[in-house]
Design a protein around this ligand. Structure first.
Ligand code: ADP
Ligand code: MG
Length: 333
């Protein structure tokens, strides 16, 4: 198996390259305890590509998104966007950076101040980035970006957040990002709080944006949503990538026991839950060997001194990488 490498790919195709980054939170009294949230993670998002970052709660997805958005420090190696290292950006460079990279987060309600009309999020962008644009031109620009997210300006402008649905609020936030002519969107659980029919609308919108050349990091804990939109799937567990590749490979031929257990736990209408539970228990039993991802090492560290037991991410087949000792069938866990 060949180890993964970012080398050899044409720079022009890359939009965002995350290269061996880590993030440790200092927690506990006086920050005395280290909590590694992201560990040595590398992947890339290309222009016109949706990359789904999937993992259970606490696996480090939001932290990674925040690192790309520079809301968290970048440690380890670095993150480059359009070939430029973003890790040292400060005020003015950051402001310019946010013209091309924006984030939208899970709870649309928390992004609005309930005492102001929802379209205040647009005027904040105007003050910050488009002070010279006159009022008529600005109205045209806002209308165009609302139409891009399939909202009619009459429907949503001049309304308070409580007068709009979660789906409308989420789409207004995407419209706000589009005002800035972005190249990369970090979408962190943006449809988790929406009802089923609105979800499809927002997913279709992401597909449109991708067709227009936007790179999208689509963060979700929901496997089926990841499958629906993505060109590449990255499965994160305890801060590390355990499996990644083309969605049809990762979902059609899951190799890591964790990915298999995630897939088993997706509810399906034709399967009774007791059977699923039994399959999950059998899957967990398969996770009790010597590898750091096993249940007996809940922090994903493995015992001190046994670093060698951490499987590295390696290419198992074309466009499919896995961090598992048993993936090539030569060794069993
Ligand atoms: N600001 C923070 N301070 C300390 N620990 C944090 C902070 N944010 C997240 N964590 C911890 O980092 C780990 C990863 O969190 P997060 O990136 O939010 O995961 P996810 O988005 O996959 O649920 C979790 O164990 C979480 O408790
Ligand atoms: Mg999160």
């Amino acid at each position: 198996m060949a180890t993964t490498s970012l080398a050899g790919k044409p720079e022009a195709e890359r939009c965002c390259t995350v290269d061996r980054v880590s993030m440790v939170y200092k927690i506990g009294a006086f920050g005395g305890t280290d909590l590694p949230a992201v560990r040595d993670v590398s992947f890339e998002v290309r222009a016109g590509e949706v990359v789904s970052l999937i993992g259970e709660s606490g696996s480090g997805k939001t932290t990674l998104g925040k690192m790309i958005l520079r809301l968290c420090p970048i440690t380890g190696e670095t993150i480059t966007v359009d070939g430029v290292d973003i890790s040292t950006f400060k005020r003015r460079r950051l402001k310019t950076y946010y013209r091309s990279v924006q984030g939208v987060f899970q709870d649309p309600f928390s992004s609005y101040n309930p005492i102001f009309k929802a379209d205040r999020v647009f005027s904040m962008i105007k003050d910050e980035y488009f002070a010279e644009v006159n009022a008529a031109e600005w109205r045209r620009k806002v209308a165009a970006s609302l139409e891009a997210v399939r909202l009619s300006p009459d429907e949503v402008l001049n309304k308070y957040p409580h007068q709009l649905s979660g789906g409308q609020l989420q789409r207004i936030l995407i419209a706000r990002a589009l005002l800035l002519d972005i190249r990369l969107l970090v979408a962190d659980e943006i449809i988790s709080m929406l009802d089923a029919s609105t979800r499809i609308d927002v997913l279709n919108l992401l597909a449109d944006l991708k067709a227009q050349g936007l790179g999208i990091l689509f963060i979700t804990h929901d496997l089926s949503l990841g499958n629906y939109v993505s060109d590449k799937t990255v499965i994160l567990r305890r801060g590390r990538i355990v499996e990644m590749g083309a969605p049809d490979r990762v979902f059609g031929n899951p190799l890591h026991p964790y990915t298999k257990s995630l897939l088993t736990s997706v509810p399906q209408l034709h399967r009774k839950w007791e059977r699923v539970e039994a399959e999950l228990a059998a899957g967990r039993a398969g996770l009790t060997g010597r590898c750091i991802y096993h249940e007996r090492y809940p922090n994903g560290d493995g015992p001190v001194g046994l670093d060698a037991e951490r499987p590295t991410l390696a290419e198992a087949e074309d466009d499919h990488f896995v961090a598992c000792f048993q993936a090539d069938g030569e060794e069993t866990c």
